[in-house]
Design a binder for this molecule. Structure first.
Ligand SMILES: [Zn+2]
Length: 260
């Protein structure tokens, strides 16, 4: 199976996507104008964030092997999430990428992408927990803030480049790195812990086995121990220690009388 998920691979792909994304950025002429005047406050709505994230996901969908409607992976994922077509006030859409990397992500536009190799090693309940965490980042607006900060970084680079007079070529690399930065977003410990809380509450609220969230984290911990993954493959490598996260979930579950 093809492997695509290292951030490096994403970067390469997204640089190629720059012309596609540039149409999107230009629509936000208010933002570009402010940048030209030295980065005055750039207005950036949730809708802007969702739209930009959507463009990046659309690009990835066309450049990765997406499981078809009748593919067993799609059927399984749709079944698991049948009850969860919207979450945190956001309409969700799900697809499976048939790739060898162990990963999943959710974007500010409500797109959830789950990699087949993650599905291979996780139970249905564990997938609900992991994806619940990713949805938590979206619902808590971490994903929107990631779009904003990536955009700001790129806008600053644009201002520098306008002075050098190579706006066109810059515009492309600017947008490519914008998309890369988006996928490479590092959330704070607090954001991660809040996304774990979101996942826990999501499981609890829908009467799923909350301990599955802990067993999913423990699987990651085992993989880290066994060094079965290279550093770049580590799912969400910026996340706190997997074993610690599992312990925290179990502690909570015991308090709630949901684990012994
Ligand atoms: Zn996270």
């Amino acid at each position: 199976m093809k492997k695509i998920t290292t951030y490096l691979a994403f970067s390469a792909l997204l640089f190629a996507a720059a012309p596609y994304a540039s149409a999107q950025i230009k629509i936000n002429s208010k933002g570009i104008g402010a940048v030209g005047k030295g980065l005055k406050a750039v207005t950036f709505s949730d809708a802007d964030a969702a739209k930009l994230a959507g463009e990046a996901v659309a690009y990835m969908d066309t450049h990765n092997t997406v499981a078809g409607e009748k593919d067993p992976y799609t059927i399984r994922l749709k079944k698991i999430f049948a009850k969860h077509q919207s979450e945190g006030g956001l309409k969700l859409n799900f697809k499976v990428y048939k790739v060898s990397d162990i990963n999943a992500f959710a974007c500010a536009d409500g797109s959830v992408r789950v990699f087949s190799s993650l599905m291979d090693i996780m139970t249905d309940d564990e997938l609900l927990g992991i994806i619940g965490h990713e949805i938590g980042h979206v619902a808590n607006k971490d994903s929107r803030d990631a779009v904003k900060s990536a955009y700001k970084r790129e806008a600053m680079m644009d201002a520098a480049a306008s002075q050098s007079g190579v706006v066109n070529s810059l515009s492309q690399s600017q947008l490519g790195s914008f998309a890369t930065a988006l996928l490479d977003s590092k959330f704070s410990r607090k954001q991660e812990s809040e996304a774990d809380d979101y996942a826990y509450n999501f499981m609890k609220q829908h009467n799923y086995k909350v301990t599955a969230l802990a067993s999913a984290f423990n699987k990651f911990a085992d993989m880290d121990k066994g060094a079965k993954r290279t550093k770049s493959e580590k799912m969400l490598s910026s996340h706190p220690d997997s074993a610690e996260r599992a312990a925290k979930v179990l502690e909570k579950a015991k308090k709630d009388g949901l684990a012994s």
